[in-house]
Design a protein around this ligand. Structure first.
Ligand SMILES: [Zn+2]
Length: 246
């Protein structure tokens, strides 16, 4: 699976723990996919209320601001539609509720590409990132099995489809550097929407830090900036008996 394969997909589902992870990690990639005509769907797993800076906001006010900021950033990237699971940020929630919520979106949207954070990132301590990455990886294996019955009424008319690739961002084991030279500025602008959780200084710090990382990732590439991804076929996500695909 190379960058051209990703760009020729019909639909991508990008599952993030929090409202800004997709854009922070791979917003340049998703903007390029959108430009190429790929439908780009974002699914946010948690309500993301823990990181809200203003303690005087009610949960309802904060949630409305987060969604408005996501819409603003999404317009910059070219996101087709935003979806939410609404699980409590950093809180207790059932793993199977999370995984099955992802399976339902996979079955309904039928993406060829699924993206999420790498749950095997060394020293990743945030439980939402660990749980979401693992749940998405498992959902990409299990979604097509008819005996995983979640919504019998809907599944009566449902036919399984194939996911071609799972792309993990926030990874230290990339196997693809995606050229974001032409789209990186849109990612930086998208990040400026996230004012409910980030100060002006933090946004500037992130923009500068990301630009440096993107240049380092692309050091051996014929382009100036890129985003690091670990892209695997779903068959590699269980017992790993397909070494020829490494
Ligand atoms: Zn996050």
């Amino acid at each position: 699976m190379n960058a051209r394969d990703l760009l020729s997909a019909r639909r991508a589902l990008c599952v993030q723990p929090h409202y800004d992870d997709n854009d922070l990690a791979a917003g340049g990639t998703f903007a390029a996919l959108a430009d190429a005509g790929v439908e780009v769907h974002y699914l946010t797993a948690t309500d993301d209320l823990v990181g809200v800076l203003d303690p005087s906001l009610s949960d309802e006010e904060a949630g409305a601001r987060l969604r408005a900021e996501q819409a603003q950033a999404g317009a910059e990237i070219g996101v087709t539609e935003q979806h939410w699971l609404g699980l409590p940020d950093a809180g207790p929630y059932d793993y199977y509720a999370l995984r099955n919520g992802v399976v339902r979106h996979i079955r309904r949207l039928r993406p060829e590409l699924v993206f999420t954070c790498d749950p095997w990132l060394p020293y990743e301590a945030h439980s939402d990132h660990l749980r979401v990455g693992r749940a998405v990886a498992e959902a990409c294996m299990l979604h097509k099995h008819r005996r995983l019955r979640l919504d019998p009424a809907l599944e009566a008319a449902w036919e399984p489809h194939e996911i071609h690739a799972v792309g993990f961002y926030f990874t230290t084991a990339p196997n693809l550097c995606f050229d974001t030279s032409a789209t990186r500025e849109r990612k930086y602008r998208a990040l400026e929407a996230y004012r409910t959780q980030l100060s002006d200084d933090e946004i500037r710090f992130l923009q500068q830090g990301l630009a440096g990382m993107e240049q380092r990732w692309a050091a051996d590439e014929p382009f100036s900036h890129g985003e690091a991804l670990k892209v695997l076929p779903p068959g590699r996500l269980h017992v790993n008996l397909l070494p020829e695909l490494a």
